[in-house]
Ligand binder design. Structure first.
Ligand code: SF4
Length: 305
């Protein structure tokens, strides 16, 4: 008779095998474990203060969808007011699906949503920029403009803090990418809570999902039946350095379970020791946003478009 794998905590069938923890989980125990890890990350890092206005960066993909639902649940306990911010980069055949789903989720959960298109702010969609500048990865423009816009929108909407759906994979990839490129100053942007003390223009960002692997977030979204966009892939993703780092890291994780969490924990220990050395930013003389260089990257790119 075929043996079935059961949960490490009860005799129900397992829905997921978490190799780095050496455990299997049934649906109930897995969902409880993920919810409690979410609360632990918030508690251990002091991510929110009761009564805050909190932004949720919502693309409609699985990570930001899980973030929105978990934030909606915890908002009741912490008396938080949520506002979703959705950036429309203008990527034809990809962004439309996530946008539609994000609007439905916000309506279902009664969370106000602000949608901000690249086209309206910068005069170009990402597709237009990518067509014109084939020599540079579209992800470069996308990342710079998205960070710029999300901070500006959060500030203009009076939000105290902005939560993003960065997961363990994203964080481990960022650590390795910055190491490999020698971007030591960008390392200070990695962490559960990133912000710049004493600069009101910068809305602090928090990452309540950063201890959770992407795979576990995807399984959670499926088990909960959340209406996330699982199927669309950004057409530019294969151009990016991050994509290559992702593939290598996934390979290492499958051979040596626990690699990603070990990268994150080691980085956090180093960062805690060096936090006071973080370079201070200055205002961009053109747009007033914060930057670590003389003129901010968004203004420099706009010059070339
Ligand atoms: Fe933007 Fe690159 Fe992500 Fe596509 S893959 S949404 S271009 S960062």
């Amino acid at each position: 008779m075929a043996s079935r794998v059961t949960c490490s905590h009860c005799d129900k069938p397992s829905v997921i095998d978490i190799k780095y923890a050496g455990r299997t989980y049934c649906k109930d125990h897995f969902c409880k474990m993920l919810w409690s890890r979410f609360r632990k990350t918030i508690r251990d890092n002091g991510l929110f203060v009761k009564g805050q206005n909190v932004g949720v960066a919502l693309s409609g993909g699985k990570d930001s969808t899980v973030l929105l639902y978990l934030m909606h649940k915890i908002a009741r306990y912490l008396d938080l007011d949520l506002t979703a911010i959705t950036i429309d980069e203008g990527i034809k055949g990809y962004r439309e699906g996530g946008l539609k789903l994000s609007k439905k989720m916000c309506k279902d959960l009664d969370v106000p949503q602000v949608v901000v298109p690249f086209k309206k702010e910068f005069g170009h969609t990402l597709d237009q920029i990518a067509r014109k500048h084939k020599d540079v990865s579209a992800c470069y423009y996308c990342g710079v403009f998205r960070r710029y816009l999300i901070n500006k929108t959060a500030r203009e909407n009076g939000l105290d803090v902005l939560s993003t759906g960065h997961n363990l994979d994203d964080e481990a990839q960022s650590i390795l990418m910055n190491l490999m490129r020698g971007n030591s100053s960008k390392m200070f942007r990695i962490g559960a809570k990133v912000g710049i003390r004493g600069f009101d223009q910068f809305v602090p960002r928090v990452k309540p999902l950063r201890d959770m692997p992407e795979r576990e977030i995807a399984v959670y979204a499926l088990l909960k039946g959340y209406p996330a966009d699982f199927h669309s892939d950004c057409p530019y993703v294969r151009d990016s350095f991050r994509d290559s780092v992702r593939d290598h890291l996934n390979q290492l994780e499958s051979e040596f379970p626990g690699t990603k969490i070990a990268i994150l924990r080691t980085f956090d220990q180093f960062k805690a020791a060096k936090a006071d050395d973080a370079p201070l930013p200055q205002e961009c003389p053109r747009c007033g946003e914060l930057t670590s260089s003389e003129v901010c990257k968004a203004c420099k790119i706009l010059e070339t478009l």
